[in-house]
Design a protein around this ligand. Structure first.
Ligand SMILES: NC(=O)c1ccc[n+]([C@@H]2O[C@H](COP(=O)([O-])OP(=O)(O)OC[C@H]3O[C@@H](n4cnc5c(N)ncnc54)[C@H](O)[C@@H]3O)[C@@H](O)[C@H]2O)c1
Length: 300
């Protein structure tokens, strides 16, 4: 079996590559190593894969590519991530990498006989929707990033509807593990608490997030690829919903150090809470998140 992983050097993409290689897939991988965070971190993410015979890296921007490989599965993880940076002039980076790049891939793969095109969407498409968030909730993103991820999802749907590109979208809810992006809370908090540095919390810390361990997100990709369900959207949330303050308490216990926290104003684009209703993914994909945050955080 052949697979393409876009955004392969990123946090989630690199885990997906490792999983596919373990399963003996021939994996072609695209990443342009955007400067959102350090190249060294991305190279480290690929350290397992780089020596593998079935791993082929194309270091290129999707939008600059003229030819794409014929594969059975496309896992489209590449994007400009991050909610808070998506305002103002930077929005161009988001429309380019999240909307135009997705459209380019779909346009191209409409002429290939692929088995599945799995798109990495986001809980950010919900905005401040009623809890728990369900796939058919009203979608009102409150960040420019969320708007671009929703546009990507809509593109997947319309290429399915019009051209029968077999797309499925997975709405990830805050994914974590030690490779987590350096701009994300767990990564920043663990590092700061270990080094006696101050943590900045936006708002009063009572806001909640539904955390998802990366292996569960990778499993969801594999199940979505192999399943015969097409044109659908699924919530992928770990079921470990806790407040930011409770998260800090847990990290304090684990690293045996006290956090120094500065509370500042809530940031534009941040939602108050996230909480996934995952009954659809359980029922149709047979997906069950296996890792609770309170257990898994011990391994960080
Ligand atoms: N990490 C999370 O908690 C989370 C939550 C919801 C959704 N997502 C989505 O999951 C996907 C992966 O997120 P991540 O946290 O691993 O992000 P990441 O930033 O670690 O990885 C994204 C990768 O895509 C690459 N990329 C971006 N634009 C590209 C382009 N035009 N051409 C080629 N490569 C390009 C970047 O260089 C980067 O390595 C993204 O689509 C993101 O929107 C992530």
């Amino acid at each position: 079996m052949k697979a393409l992983v876009t955004g392969c050097a990123g946090f989630i993409g690199s885990h997906l590559v490792d999983k596919l290689l373990d399963l003996d897939y021939e994996v072609t991988d695209i990443d342009c190593f955007t400067d959102y965070y350090s190249r060294a971190i991305k190279e480290a993410n690929l350290s397992n894969a780089l020596d593998h015979n079935n791993f082929k890296l194309i270091e290129e921007d999707i939008l600059n590519m003229h030819k794409f490989p014929a594969v059975d599965y496309v896992f489209h993880q590449a994007a400009q991530a991050g909610v808070r940076a998506s305002w103002g002039k930077s929005f161009e980076i988001y429309t380019r990498n999240n909307i135009e790049a997705t459209q380019k891939l779909l346009e191209l793969y409409k002429d290939f006989a692929i088995k599945k095109f799995v798109y990495a969407s986001s809980s950010s498409v919900y905005g401040d929707a009623e809890l728990p968030m369900k796939e058919d909730s009203l979608l009102k993103p409150v960040s420019p990033y969320g708007v671009t991820k929703l546009a990507g999802e809509n593109l997947c749907y319309l290429y399915w509807k019009n051209y029968r590109v077999p797309t499925v979208s997975l709405r990830y809810f805050t994914v974590y593990d030690p490779r987590q992006r350096p701009d994300m809370a767990i990564h920043k908090f663990v590092k700061a608490i270990l080094n006696n540095e101050e943590i900045t919390v936006f708002g009063d810390g009572t806001q909640t997030r539904d955390f998802t361990f990366v292996d569960d997100a990778v499993d969801a990709n594999m199940l979505a690829a192999k399943n015969n369900i097409i044109g659908e959207v699924f919530n992928i949330g770990g079921g470990s919903r806790i407040s930011v303050n409770a998260l800090i308490d847990e990290i304090e216990k684990l690293v045996e150090n006290k956090a120094r926290v500065e509370y500042i104003e809530k940031q534009k684009g941040d939602v108050r809470d996230t909480w996934a209703d995952v009954s659809k993914a359980k029922a149709l994909l047979n997906w069950n998140p296996r890792v609770d945050i309170l257990i898994r955080i011990c391994f960080l």
